[in-house]
Design a protein around this ligand. Structure first.
Ligand code: ME8
Length: 573
């Protein structure tokens, strides 16, 4: 079944920052892993998993930012920022299948449809609304969350943004009708729908501790011009969150496609795909119900209370899951433009490369907590781990001085399994010349590496589903550390005599094969570097998919992987 992963659609009111990159990276990791691990369909128009991201372009915040930035229209303003967001995705290897913008016509049609369905089902009514409105959050806050500031202005205690008293005629959504259904959903029917459980508990607590109030879902045109019209009422624009959340359906097709499960063909908007490439969605209803939203903790209410309630009101099935993550802080404090501590991803990429940044973000974060971005740590990490450990291992085994060609071809002719060959090394007397000093330590290390390689694909699957990225990457490091130790212990460069050649080749072969597996599996994490490693290891493009990462006890792959292109140089340091 096709899976569909989404990021929030970001506000294009300023350039993207590291927080946006992080949400996109988590989604990209899941998506690339799904692509890598799915069997390939036999068709020249292949199905693919869907990954959608984009921009939330309407609303007062954007309308005001456009004026502040001296743009003649909000559309011109968002067009200019759309270029920046797409550029950032490209730089970060974020391989989406559609970049949706809420000004896209197909999305606007879907918002009308969603509104009409909710209206027809009796969940929208018109009323006068008095309350405290935050322009930057585009939402009203209850009296209980408002405090007066020393300068006489008011702010809300939830997000600390300024609020103004507001009194206007709006359309309301009957959110209050969905309280018990939402509690039932998260408590009984779909206990894992909000992940990690910490955030489900938070939402359940919210739902149980106070009655849900009906939600204002339109704004008068005097206050908001930059928005989608309320159907049949030119005096009102649709509230930006009602519009924005609907993007998740628009990005896979029309609401009718989903409700009627009619096959849908969409053009892939991915920068990396052929522009004429089309994606076939054979059953949009199933794809929709197999949708996972990745969101930051700041927008959890919108995704776990408002969104399912809108869908229930419209009679549309719910998506599969909402995965919530914490925020990145910058050197211990919240990133904010006024403090000037917003981490600029472009700057990091220029200095350290995108693979280092991707790995660093995934290794130093977890969903449950906020994570601290420390530039010096990124610098040290590149030097110590990426270059020192991983790079060194590749360099040691693939330097022109080592003969992959020789190591591999020798074993393709030996007609034994690699285990049998190693068995003969363990059982041979400890030989000071070959420097295999400690046979039992060597054997243990060797067995640990094999066991870890054997289980890595299945461990990886679980850890990507649960987004335990730090744990996953530490598994990679543990294998890499063991391989470095293995080389250190076996010192293949000292095995120079003709009798030792077989042993030396075997050792190099084993490390190279392990690196090949690690490189295949690291493609969703560091697509660019993994590709370079695989090139360096001479692994042909057709043999970089999941099935080739299964650890094989025989050495057939050597022939398969087309390692023969490398010139046979036998020198070693
Ligand atoms: O809320 N650390 O857009 P937005 C980690 N348009 N992630 C962060 C982050 C940080 N410091 N700062 C932002 C909106 N994010 C709406 C969404 S969806 C239908 C509409 C990420 O531009 C995180 O995913 O303010 C957060 O939820 C999102 O950006 C907010 O982006």
């Amino acid at each position: 079944m096709l899976s569909h992963i989404t990021t929030p659609i970001f506000y294009p009111n300023a350039k993207p920052h590291i927080g946006h990159v992080y949400s996109s990276l988590l989604a990209d990791l899941i998506h690339r892993h799904a692509l890598l691990s799915s069997p390939k369909p036999h068709s020249n128009k292949p199905l693919t998993h869907l990954f959608t991201t984009g921009l939330d372009e309407h609303g007062l915040k954007i309308q005001q930012a456009a004026i502040k930035n001296n743009f003649s229209t909000p559309k011109k303003f968002v067009d200019s920022l759309a270029v920046e967001f797409k550029k950032m995705d490209k730089l970060c290897d974020i391989n989406y299948t559609r970049f949706i913008r809420t000004t896209d016509q197909d999305h606007v049609e879907n918002v009308y449809k969603l509104w009409s369905l909710v209206f027809q089902n009796g969940y929208i009514y018109k009323n006068t609304h008095e309350g405290w409105y935050s322009v930057s959050d585009e939402t009203f806050y209850p009296e209980s969350k408002i405090i007066k500031q020393p300068d006489g202005s008011y702010k809300n205690t939830e997000t600390n943004t300024s609020v103004i008293p507001s009194n206007e005629s709006n359309y309301f959504f009957k959110l209050s009708s969905f309280q018990s259904q939402l509690i039932e959903l998260y408590e009984k029917t779909a206990q894992n729908m909000i992940y990690p459980p910490k955030y489900r508990d938070f939402i359940l607590h919210e739902l149980k501790s106070q009655p849900l109030k009906d939600l204002s879902i339109s704004r008068p045109v005097e206050r908001l011009v930059w928005g989608i019209d309320v159907p049949n009422d030119p005096t009102q624009k649709i509230y930006v969150w009602f519009d924005a959340l609907c993007n998740y359906i628009s990005s896979i097709g029309s609401i009718n496609n989903v409700l009627e499960n009619t096959p849908n063909i969409v053009s892939s908007h991915s920068f990396s795909a052929d522009p004429t490439h089309q994606i076939i969605i054979p059953s949009p209803a199933e794809t929709w119900q197999n949708t996972t939203h990745i969101v930051g903790k700041d927008i959890i209410r919108f995704h776990t209370i408002y969104w399912p309630a809108f869908l229930m009101a419209a009679g549309i099935p719910l998506p599969k899951q909402v995965i919530v993550h914490g925020h990145w802080l910058s050197e211990g404090t919240k990133m904010s433009k006024s403090k000037g501590n917003v981490v600029d991803p472009i700057d990091c990429i220029e200095k350290f490369g995108i693979d280092t940044l991707r790995w660093y973000l995934l290794q130093n974060s977890n969903l449950k907590n906020d994570n601290d971005f420390i530039l010096k740590n990124l610098m040290d990490f590149k030097k110590i781990s990426f270059v020192g450990k991983w790079g060194n291992l590749i360099h040691r085994c693939c330097s022109p001085k080592f003969s992959i060609h020789d190591a591999v071809l020798k074993f393709t002719t030996s007609n034994k399994t690699i285990q049998e060959d190693f068995q003969s090394i363990f059982s041979s007397p400890v030989d000071s010349e070959s420097n295999i000093q400690n046979a039992s330590q060597f054997k243990e290390l060797y067995q640990t590496i094999i066991k870890d390689l054997e289980t890595l694909p299945s461990d990886m699957k679980v850890m990507i589903e649960t987004l335990e990225t730090a744990k996953l990457l530490n598994k990679f490091w543990s294998i890499i550390d063991n391989l470095n130790q293995f080389i250190q212990l076996t010192t293949p460069w000292k095995l120079k005599s003709p009798e030792d050649l077989q042993k030396r080749n075997l050792i190099i072969y084993f490390v190279i094969d392990s690196m090949r597996i690690l490189s295949i599996l690291s493609q969703p994490i560091i697509p660019n570097l993994a590709g370079m490693f695989l090139d360096r290891l001479d692994v042909v493009k057709e043999r970089r998919s999941w099935e080739f990462a299964a650890y094989k006890k025989d050495i057939d792959y050597a022939v398969d992987a087309n390692l023969k292109n490398r010139p046979p140089t036998i020198q070693m340091e």
